[in-house]
Design a protein around this ligand. Structure first.
Ligand SMILES: Cc1cc2nc3c(=O)[nH]c(=O)nc-3n(C[C@H](O)[C@H](O)[C@H](O)COP(=O)(O)OP(=O)(O)OC[C@H]3O[C@@H](n4cnc5c(N)ncnc54)[C@H](O)[C@@H]3O)c2cc1C
Length: 533
């Protein structure tokens, strides 16, 4: 497990004290409790679940052996209600504490975290848009863990482009009826909870996203009968074998409209913003786990000789040290970005949070992929074998760049909405944040990078689709440079952090500079093509 100290430090360094009600000592106590439970009960499921996978029998999905039992223990211990208000049976703790728990959960077993982890976001959504009666019916069940929840968006013809959703919602006498097909639904069915609250995006109005509404569709109806929802298949996939990815058919399934008709996508985003940060932290969790395995192995495995001829371990070799340090640096930076976005979200800095959230999703998921891959290299042949479970982390982490909005779509969002929405308020909030740090920079690295980012913004505005991935990487690099500048200034005497910062600042500045270079090349090529035409 990654050191809890790292996680707590990161949250507090990101400004957790600004979040109303933040209590660092309580956060530590809660996270320590959870980590003990995760190590003892959840982590042992991870590799066994990967090897066994889920099953579909007579229309019902079953998790690997032991998952349902451990989930019930988790629910009994109150972990599902961590962020639910006390009046709904929860513990009323904030999303920052939840982030500590979620990262540890994903590190212990991403597959089970996928099944249980949407509940805090679902509760948050219901609290914001559901009626008091709906809140009273659904939130206590979710908080107690008796019910789990899903997010049903994707359809055979509607993936990134949700305006193509065809699942229909027809108003009946008492409630709504949902009919259509949803694919790739995580936890669409399972044998762990008594009921499942499917949050379904369906069409109740005209074409396009304005005709979409959000519905709560329970798997089991209040009279105990099963709603008309069938799981027709569970997908075979590269990783996350312990998480059932379900193909579902809704056939006039009974549902409640949540919020206003036609506002479904906006409502779903209340859940998705939370989920995108969670996915960023899933990537960080895989990276932290892989780094810990690689570090322990490199200090143990005897191989080669020291310059003086005495036997060496892998960690004595400069190249292995460099790989381990690079991994550590990437983890610290990606976690810092996710925590910064979380603090902005929870302290009401909405524009900054909107800009940072897609960045945090991309940075965390890419760090998960890169670091698990590097960790395998550190272990050599053993990294490729099943024994150390790095190949599982590599396979499991891969999905984070795809689901919850593929990374390419996150980049497009940043290059379009991030730069243009409300006269560019989101990008301005980010710029102000970096500017404040640059004011007290000891050298010109960050101020120069900020100017380059400005120049890049101008190019991106003229060709957002072509330059979006460059803009995403450059914006992440700017945020990382600002983070490492703060570390340099505020953490004197912390040798590990200072070493990572001294490298991290230059890597980030270089990354930003090259993205600007490529964007200029792209602009020149476009100009040449236009002139020829
Ligand atoms: C294991 C797993 C679990 C999942 N869980 C859920 C879940 O619980 N609920 C749910 O609703 N969905 C779920 N999904 C679906 C997931 O969210 C989608 O796979 C994802 O949104 C991408 O959609 P798609 O697969 O249709 O890819 P596509 O939309 O076809 O995209 C393919 C590629 O093209 C790019 N692309 C697409 N459109 C554009 C464009 N306009 N411009 C530039 N590039 C573009 C994308 O970035 C991507 O790289 C899950 C998927 C998996 C594999």
């Amino acid at each position: 497990m990654a050191a809890l100290d790292d996680r707590l430090w990161s949250l507090e360094f990101a400004g957790a004290a600004r979040i109303p009600g933040w209590d660092g000592a309580l956060a530590r106590e809660v996270a320590e409790h959870f980590e003990t439970f995760a190590q003892q009960r959840i982590h042992p499921l991870d590799s066994a679940g990967d090897l066994q996978g889920c099953r579909l029998m007579e229309g019902r999905a079953y998790l690997p052996d032991g998952f349902a039992q451990v989930y019930r223990e988790l629910a009994q211990a109150g972990w599902q209600g961590l962020t639910a208000p006390e009046e709904f049976g929860g513990q009323g703790l904030g999303p920052a504490v939840q982030a500590l728990v979620s990262e540890a959960f994903s590190e212990a077993c991403h597959a089970l975290q996928m099944v249980a982890g949407l509940v805090p976001g679902a509760i948050r959504l219901l609290r914001q848009v559901a009626t008091p009666d709906q809140q009273a019916r659904f939130i206590p069940e979710l908080a107690s863990g008796a019910w789990l929840s899903t997010m049903c968006l994707t359809e055979p013809d509607a993936g990134s482009d949700l305006s193509r959703i065809r699942t229909r919602a027809i108003r009946g006498a008492a409630d709504w009826n949902i009919s259509g097909e949803k694919i790739f639904i995580s936890g669409g069915d399972q044998d762990a909870s008594e009921n499942i609250l499917h949050l379904v995006l369906a069409r109740s109005g005209p074409e396009g996203t304005r005709g979409l509404s959000l519905f709560a569709c329970p798997a089991v109806l209040p009279d105990g009968s099963r709603n008309s929802i069938a799981v027709t298949r569970i997908e075979r996939k590269m990783g996350l074998h312990g998480s059932p990815t379900c193909h579902m058919v809704f056939d006039q399934a009974k549902a409640d409209l949540i919020g206003t008709a036609g506002q479904g996508l906006a409502a779903m985003f209340l859940l998705m913003n939370h989920a995108r940060l969670d996915v960023g932290l899933q990537g960080v969790a895989h990276a932290a786990k892989a780094h810990a395995i690689a570090r322990a192995y490199a200090h143990d495995r005897g191989q080669g000789r020291q310059p003086d001829g005495t036997p060496a371990v892998l960690a004595d070799h400069p190249d292995i040290q460099r790989l381990l340090n690079d991994m550590d640096r990437q983890i610290l930076a990606a976690r810092a970005l996710a925590h910064l976005a979380l603090v902005a979200l929870e302290s009401g800095e909405d524009d900054l949070a909107e800009f940072l959230t897609p960045m945090a999703k991309v940075a965390g998921s890419e760090t998960g992929m890169r670091v698990t891959e590097t960790a395998m290299q550190v272990l050599g042949g053993y990294g490729y074998l099943q024994e150390y479970r790095l190949e599982q982390a590599y396979r499991d982490a891969r999905i984070c760049a795809i689901y919850e909005g593929a990374n390419g779509i996150q980049a497009l969002t940043l290059a379009t909405r991030g730069l243009a929405h409300a006269q560019g308020a989101q990008a301005e909030a980010f710029e102000r944040y970096v500017e404040d740090i640059a004011k007290s920079s000891a050298d010109t690295l960050l101020p120069t990078a900020l100017k380059e980012w400005h120049a890049l913004c101008a190019l991106v505005r003229t060709a957002p689709a072509e330059t979006a991935p460059l803009f995403m990487q450059a914006s992440i690099a700017l945020a990382e440079l600002a983070f490492w500048d703060r570390v340099t200034a505020n953490c004197p005497g912390k040798a590990r952090l200072q070493q990572r910062a001294s490298v991290g600042r230059h890597v980030a500045a270089h990354t930003l500079h090259s993205q600007l270079h490529f964007a200029r090349l792209n602009a020149r090529q476009t100009e040449t093509v236009l002139k020829r035409a």
